[in-house]
Design a protein around this ligand. Structure first.
Ligand code: UDP
Ligand code: MG
Length: 328
């Protein structure tokens, strides 16, 4: 297995220190999920006895991300039976990232879990997640799929390339196969909320904030009803968001190209001198060398500007300069 597992799954120093929690907020982004909502609620409520045995209250925060079907009605009819059900309903579809953010803002539990409504995030893992946090001192429990069965092969291939690329160009750890299904303590939630950037990429944000994280692994599960809301195009654009949000490496491309152009100009110049000494006509070569030199100069100029834009970009995100885990 990959090394992040070994690093992250060693027990934290404060292991064994038992903690108690009052309330678990379950955040559920929903987009056109009228069929899944009641199934999700029923399945998740099977874990309720465990949490009441620990004296942990539950609250559900369904974020209706501009659904065009009867998702809102489905949530409202749950509310009629159970006043622990809450809803934030968007004016239009803003995307899952915005739904997650809205849910985190509304949640007031000292424990929070993010779950997809399609039951691809098995509620049966909730007690185990709770135990890692309450009894082993972890601040967050993430989950990752170790298989991508049931997914189109092209999609898996692109996903793998994406994670491979991110590992190279970003200093933030983005775990392959990580899902958004994770339980977190209030400390971690507040850290995530302190990252106010608009172009949000949660998998990167989770890695960026750090804290002691336990990873649970499981086999892919197919969704219970409805269809995936991610077209290939949407996923592709999302991966660009991820790259742009957590790496400024693409801004180095003009610098690299500029240097290559200058190298080419230099080689052409050497050939030109040799051929001129041998008495050949070097007018064309000279022209090429000039073009390569000017092109390189322009690219390098752009590259210098890009370096400053990269800095400016990071400054405008106004991320916290550090996050404290403990102090006294
Ligand atoms: N979702 C959302 N807004 C969107 C797309 C998806 O809130 O614009 C929700 C969706 O209802 C589901 C979760 O995000 O609860 C994951 O979506 P989906 O199952 O379609 O993604 P997949 O599991 O196929 O990656
Ligand atoms: Mg799904």
């Amino acid at each position: 297995m990959n090394d992040y597992n070994d690093n992250n799954n060693t027990l934290p120093e404060n292991a064994g220190e038992r903690r108690t929690f009052q309330k678990l907020s379950i955040i559920v982004p929903c987009y056109n999920e009228e069929e899944s909502v009641p199934l999700f609620y029923a399945e998740t409520m099977k874990q309720a006895p465990f949490f009441s045995s620990k004296n942990v209250e539950l609250e559900f925060i369904f974020v209706n991300d501009g659904s065009r079907d009867k998702t809102a009605q489905a949530i409202k009819s749950l509310r009629e039976k159970d006043d622990r059900v809450h809803m934030v309903s968007f004016s239009r579809n803003f995307g899952k990232e915005s739904a997650i953010f809205a849910g985190l803002e509304k949640a007031d539990g000292d424990l929070v879990v993010l779950m997809d409504v399609d039951l691809q995030d098995p509620p049966a893992l909730l007690p185990q997640m709770y135990t890692h946090i309450a009894e082993e001192g972890y601040d967050a429990v993430g989950s990752r799929r170790v298989t991508r069965s049931g997914e189109p092969p092209v999609r898996s291939w692109f996903a793998r390339r994406f994670y491979g690329l991110m590992r190279k160009i970003s200093s933030t750890e983005i775990v392959d196969g990580a899902r958004d299904y994770r339980m977190m303590t209030r400390k971690v939630v507040d850290a995530i909320l302190a990252m106010k950037e608009t172009g949000r990429f949660s998998k990167g944000i989770f890695g960026w904030v750090g804290y002691k994280t336990k990873w649970l692994e499981y086999e892919n599960i197919n969704r219970v009803a409805g269809e995936t809301k991610w077209s290939f195009r949407k996923l592709f654009m999302y991966s660009i968001d991820g790259i742009v949000a957590f790496s400024t490496a693409p801004l180095a491309i003009p610098v690299i190209m500029g240097i290559m152009f200058w190298l080419a100009a230099f080689v052409l110049l050497v050939i030109l001198i040799v051929r001129a000494a041998l008495g050949f006509n070097v007018l064309m070569l000279g022209l090429f060398a000039l073009i390569a030199f000017t092109g390189g100069a322009v690219l390098l100029g752009v590259g210098i500007v890009a370096v400053y834009i990269a800095k400016l970009y990071l400054e405008t995100k106004d991320r916290p300069k550090y996050l404290v885990d403990e102090e006294f």
